[in-house]
Design a protein around this ligand. Structure first.
Ligand SMILES: Nc1nc2c(c(=O)[nH]1)N[C@H]1C(S)=C(S)[C@@H](COP(=O)(O)OP(=O)(O)OC[C@H]3O[C@@H](n4cnc5c(=O)[nH]c(N)nc54)[C@H](O)[C@@H]3O)O[C@H]1N2
Ligand SMILES: Nc1nc2c(c(=O)[nH]1)N[C@H]1C(S)=C(S)[C@@H](COP(=O)(O)OP(=O)(O)OC[C@H]3O[C@@H](n4cnc5c(=O)[nH]c(N)nc54)[C@H](O)[C@@H]3O)O[C@H]1N2
Ligand code: SF4
Ligand SMILES: [Mo]
Length: 907
């Protein structure tokens, strides 16, 4: 077995992974013990990467559709790129370069990004190149630029070890940045006096582990931060000499916060004034105060000012650039940072240059050896899709992102994609939600197959290596962009293209990018693939001749602004863009689950990653359910002013009364609706153009869908079970929309099964059930059936080699949980036969359900943990007896919470 060093392709922590493979297939992964982001650890998602790196469900060949409404057919790469170049060239000739657009992703490698950016800005001469980072980090980018003058997170992960007060606002790192959170837990364990404050409307696992949780009302962060600054001023914590010497604009902000007393903010934020004062005092007294933030602040129509108001708290104390200090935005995607470095947004240029700056434009033109780069700002993500919808942009190139799932107000996005004359989708996986709209699909290499570099949250660049060749005709993203550019250059009659895109290797792209950073804040002229291989991942800046990168920025109190001084910004005072009212009385927020990644094209392929949360749902406070006579587990219709979806209600005290939470992961591939972005709205921040994906006003009502069915199918052998489950899940997708509610998922570990849940308002036609039976192979010689037409109940079971491998219940699905467990655990099935032919549909009491799996590595369930806690176990005892939380550690925050809840119950 061979080993190849790479990084995890999920979150911005940027953990190093070692891919274990046989040259053809990935066999296992382990954390890279030498990587400075994770020192060998991986979370639930990273440690299951090998389950996602299989050729099943990959996009293997270019596919082209010759006219709308027809199916795509396989074509050669040559025909594919030729057709695309023809189409783009004709649109450009007829309607100008701004009639085409590129929509990219923070999950591309820096080299991929660089070539696309040059293609748009250098060859096509349009700035219509934007990315999903617009939905993610653009508010943090704008906040850094407005205050510190450059898009450069000044901190490092090692600052967790030096901080004595951490303010985590609008971030749930226990789920979204687990390995960073392991490091925070370790810091807290080593220095229990360190204070952790979490600002989040929900009581997340991150919040539950904090010393102080400020459960503010959504959208009110600026009021909280302003009130904290008020207290800092009042109590004399502000470092006035430093502020005078190194900053500008404090006076104006002081005027504003003078009136924002803790009492005023308490009324707006919905938290006690004393807690605001306590937070401010902890912050003011700290030697090393550190703030962390993520989407709870960025995804707001005042996301930029959420960031500047938080950054002001560090500037007011002059606590930036020293160990343990500063404002640290957590990057969402693995390489959103790299994208920002090459200027991969419609208002940026290579190496943190600004499109609006004529000198910067001239520098980039000189670097590329072209006359000029276009001056007119391009469309940002939301604007781009609006322009497509209005017919202004006629050809759209989408790479490494799934906008028909992840953009807000899906109805408009679908309309845009339908109208667009020519949509190219460059994807690694087949059948994403965006795929139906693609006129041309191009198969890309992905993790484990491609080479390049990524930059993580702490500015650290890692060389990512290819371990195995890609399946089918997949090609590297940067190479696809290069080959298209060469063809387009020919069609447009631009002989320059051959010179501009003469890249033989990914490294040649990297070297040009590095050269473009010379003399800039992120100067990496000292880096090369060789150096990164020999000396490991490095932080920027790392200029030629340097011996190491910078752990921290701004230690000298000099900033990247025109005056060299940091800026205080007077922030906006608005709240959420949509207020609740009598018709839409609930505040909905959206976000992430621990074990799923975005649209689930990868995590959705690993059965065990469904076991933490096994069905799409809306989290609501039990009081809101009681008031509406809705039980935990009932189906509800969730409505906003944009759309309506059906989900299962889940009662939880994690959300306050009047609030709701829906994870962003479930879309049309697994659900009867498009999921939460059917409900969200496309209001954007004026500075960053980032949409407010976190907030919308909704209503819920109980929905009666009496005709229910549950279908499950596994196989006797593990490999077959995995492959068949994936194939069946994909085949079921078109069926989901036929029902008022339907959700498909995987379940199990070594023997995955596919699970289809259906609820419908009218009887489910027998022909549909017959077709579903055929799709799931719920038939044949091993199939036993029982039906009671009078009571509308039917049951089917398949027992192979003494194990339950297939199941269909209609009419009455109460025994579903027990049977699902029987199937997943591959328990002996002697009871099944008796149950199957019994007239009463009840489950035998003996098989008590294990419940949700909390520890995915060791397969330990919530009920087992609760039972141990009831018997007096604390965290150590749980780890010793059940072994939960002893491998990747992702479940440790939840274990702590279950122990705390158990102790509370005893008191
Ligand atoms: N497991 C997993 N991890 C991921 C990802 C994933 O898909 N799955 N995606 C990655 C990406 S791209 C990103 S951007 C990050 C996102 O990482 P995070 O931002 O940490 O995760 P989210 O769950 O989107 O949102 C964080 C929190 O914001 C809170 N919030 C909502 N509204 C407000 C508000 O008005 N104020 C405050 N203070 N808080 C609010 C929500 O309750 C939520 O708990 O995660 C990365 N890591
Ligand atoms: N309501 C709501 N919506 C949200 C958010 C939210 O919090 N709430 N969060 C937003 C945020 S922060 C983000 S970052 C976005 C994420 O939204 P998306 O970018 O749409 O999410 P992914 O599913 O990660 O899409 C990446 C796609 O790239 C494909 N892929 C994987 N590897 C490769 C590769 O090497 N090459 C190519 N060409 N393709 C590849 C994957 O199969 C996948 O389909 O969602 C945003 N949408
Ligand atoms: S924390 Fe988990 S998801 Fe993020 S990079 Fe590390 S292993 Fe991957
Ligand atoms: Mo993100």
């Amino acid at each position: 077995m061979a080993e190849t060093k790479s990084t995890c392709p999920y979150c911005g922590v940027g953990c190093g992974v070692i891919i274990q493979h046989d040259g053809a297939r990935v066999i296992e992964v382990r954390g890279d013990p030498e990587h400075p982001a994770n020192f060998g650890r991986l979370c639930t998602k990273g440690s299951t990467l090998h389950f996602t790196a299989r050729p099943e469900s990959r996009l293997l060949y270019p596919e082209l559709r010759t006219s709308k409404g027809e199916a795509r057919a396989r074509v050669s790469w040559d025909v594919a790129l030729d057709t695309a170049a023809d189409k783009f060239a004709s649109v450009i000739r007829e309607h100008g370069p701004d009639a085409v657009g590129f929509y990219l992703s923070g999950q591309l490698l820096t080299e991929d990004y660089y070539v696309f950016n040059k293609l748009a800005k250098g060859l096509v001469a349009t700035n219509n190149v934007d990315t999903n980072s617009r939905l993610c980090m653009s508010s943090a980018v704008a906040a850094y630029k407005q205050t510190l003058g450059a898009d450069a997170p000044p901190c490092s992960y090692e600052d967790f070890d030096h901080s004595d007060c951490m303010l985590i606002a609008g971030a749930n790192p226990a789920f979204a940045h687990p390995i960073a959170f392991r490091r925070i837990e370790a810091a807290k364990a080593a220095r229990p006096d360190m204070k952790i404050i979490v600002v989040d409307p929900r009581r997340t696992d991150t919040a539950a582990s904090a010393d102080l949780h400020l459960a503010i009302l959504p959208g009110t962060d600026i009021w909280l931060f302003n009130a904290m600054l008020h207290v800092l001023l009042w109590e004399g914590y502000v470092n006035m000499p430093w502020v005078r010497e190194h900053t500008e604009g404090f006076e104006a902000l002081r005027q504003v916060v003078r009136d924002v007393t803790p009492a005023v903010a308490a009324g707006i934020c919905g938290v006690p004034a004393d807690d605001i004062i306590k937070a401010a005092k902890w912050w003011g007294e700290a030697q090393a105060p550190l703030s962390l933030w993520c989407m709870g602040l960025n995804q707001s129509h005042h996301g930029t000012h959420n960031g500047t108001a938080l950054i002001a708290l560090s500037l007011a104390l002059g606590k930036i650039g020293a160990p343990g200090c500063g404002p640290f935005s957590l990057t969402g995607q693995p390489n959103a940072m790299g994208g920002r470095e090459v200027g991969g947004l419609s208002n940026l240029l290579s190496a943190h240059r600004d499109l609006a700056n004529p000198a910067h434009r001239a520098e980039v033109a000189a670097l590329w050896g072209i006359e000029s780069v276009p001056e007119k700002p391009g469309y940002s993500a939301i604007e781009l899709f609006e322009a497509v919808r209005e017919g202004k942009v006629k050809a759209l190139w989408i790479a490494c992102t799934n906008p028909a799932h992840s953009m807000p107000q899906q109805a408009l996005i679908r309309e845009a994609l339908e109208k667009c004359e020519f949509v190219v989708l460059q994807e690694a996986y087949a059948n994403t939600e965006t795929a139906p709209y693609a006129d041309l699909q191009l198969p890309a290499l992905t993790w484990a197959e491609k080479e390049g570099t990524v930059t993580n949250s702490e500015r650290r660049i890692t060389h990512v290596n290819a371990a195995i060749p890609g399946p089918g005709e997949t090609r590297a993203d940067w190479a696809i962009a290069r080959d298209f550019a060469l063809k387009l250059g020919e069609k447009l009659g631009q002989p320059d293209a051959a010179r501009l895109f003469a890249y033989p290797t990914a490294e040649s792209v990297f070297l040009e990018h590095a050269e473009s950073t010379r003399g800039r804040d992120l100067d990496i002229t000292g880096l090369s693939y060789t150096l990164l291989d020999e000396r490991g991942p490095q932080q920027w800046p790392f200029a030629a001749g340097a011996s190491e990168g910078a752990t921290r920025l701004y230690a000298d109190g000099k900033f990247e602004t025109a005056s060299g001084k940091a800026q205080f910004i007077v922030p906006a005072t608005s709240l959420t863009s949509e207020a609740i009212d009598a018709r839409y009385p609930l505040r909905m927020t959206t976000g992430r689950l621990r074990d799923q990644w975005h649209g689930m094209s990868r995590t959705g392929k690993a059965a065990r990653l469904y076991s933490h949360v096994d069905e799409p749902r809306i989290d609501l406070n039990s009081s809101d359910l009681d008031r509406r006579s809705i039980a935990d587990g009932d189906l509800v219709r969730v409505k906003s002013r944009r759309g309506s979806i059906v989900l299962r209600a889940h009662a939880t005290e994690e959300v306050r009364p009047g609030h709701a939470f829906i994870a962003m992961h479930w879309g049309r591939n697994v659900l009867s609706s498009s999921g939460v972005n059917e409900l969200t709205l496309n209001k954007v921040d004026p500075h960053s153009k980032q949409p407010e994906l976190k907030h919308a006003a909704i209503q819920i009502e109980k929905i009666e869908l009496p005709y229910q069915a549950l279908l499950m199918r596994s196989a006797v052998y593990a490999d077959a079970a995995n492959q068949l489950s994936l194939e069946r899940a994909a085949a079921l997708e078109p069926w989901l929309r036929k029902f008022d509610y339907a959700a498909v998922s995987l379940a199990g570990r070594d023997f995955p099964s596919v699970v289809l849940r259906i609820a419908h308002s009218s009887p489910i036609p027998a022909e549909w059930l017959a077709e579903l039976d055929a799709l799931m192979d719920l038939q044949g010689e091993h199939c036993m059936a029982y039906s009671d037409a009078r009571r509308g109940v039917s049951k089917k079971a398949i027992v192979e080699e003494g194990m339950l491998t297939g199941l269909r219940l209609t009419g009455e699905t109460a025994a579903g949980g027990w049977l699902k467990e029987l199937m997943i655990e591959r328990a002996p099935t002697d009871t099944v036969r008796r149950w199957l032919f019994a007239p009463l549909p009840k489950a035998p009491v003996a098989g008590s359900a294990r419940g949700r799996i909390v520890c995915n590595c060791l397969n330990v369930s919530e009920n087992e943990i609760r039972a141990a806690v009831a018997g007096g176990a604390n965290l150590d005892a749980l780890q010793a007896s059940l072994k939960c939380g002893t491998s990747c550690g992702s479940c440790v925050p939840e274990l702590k919470r279950l122990v705390a809840e158990g102790n509370k119950a005893v008191v």
